[in-house]
Design a protein around this ligand. Sequence first.
Ligand code: AMP
Ligand code: MG
Length: 337
Amino acid sequence: MQKHYGVSPEELSNVAGLLQSGQIVALPTETVYGLACLALNKFAVAKVFKAKQRPADDPLIIHVSDLTEAKLVCRPDRRAMSLIEAFWPGPLTLVLPKTRIVPAIVTSGLSTVAVRSPAHPVFREVLNLVSAPLAAPSANPFGKVSPTRAEHIKQSFGDGHPPVVDGGPTKIGIESTVVDLSSSRTRILRPGPIDTEAISAILGEEPEMPEPKASRNKAKAPLSPGLLAKHYQPESPLQVFSSTEELMAFLKMEPSIPAATCVITHSPLKEIRFPSKSLKFMHLSESGDPKEIAQNLFARLREADTHSPPLILCPLLPETGIGSAINDRLRKASFKD
Ligand code: AMP
Ligand code: MG
């Protein structure tokens, strides 16, 4: 039988069996790896929260095969139908009114639910075999760097890691765009691979972009519990710069940059002009292409961490297209309380 991304049919049916019996399994999606479980089984969902040490007030995204399965868990309106038509399967999550069968644990007690249909053939085949919606947040401990390769899950969770299906490096590399359609105002709760312009073009209106909140405690009514200013944090402190030029100026001017600081640039530097400083240079892509930068972002942050540098430095991208979504991750990864 045909293999999906090098995954055998036996492994896929084994995984489907594990999920059906209420276990959790890490699966590749086109964005990042997800920690999947049966979305309608509250005991299975509780295992995901426990494994990730995710706060109970941060709801999960439910993954479905298609619109028909989506209607089991949410009530799409006209805006949702046109976005689904345009972007599913793909990296677009919609927040919509939930149906009664969705257990409160998945939505953290909210009356809304986040739903998407992933495009990755492995995840789609598992959905097909399980024939039920799967909840799947990113397969990393809460607040840490997301996994884009199977080995990242083993690194993050150590010996007791959940079973992982290795579908290779993920194609997109950053999480889905989250659009809130639960009220008449359309809001982007998380910028992602499907950019604001693409969403505006389908809806014929400009969505709102709420500001991230500095603290979980100060948050009153949670518009999106995930709208936290701090997330995706590497172990070493990260400092971001508004542009590569600003980073270069900082490297020249700053005499007190600690030795072994890790400098992550968008593309390889033509010449490294700071021989007096023992800096470690890495780059996010060969060409500076924002899509390639997104693909490599989390892997590079993890790689930087393996050297335990005193500091990681990285410039932001121009604030357009997927650049805005990358900047969102970099700002949250560098946020200090
Ligand atoms: P993750 O699955 O870890 O990539 O994150 C899922 C994101 O979707 C988080 O930012 C959640 O807070 C957000 N989310 C999930 N469900 C809802 C919901 N019902 N309302 C608003 N945001 C949600
Ligand atoms: Mg996550």
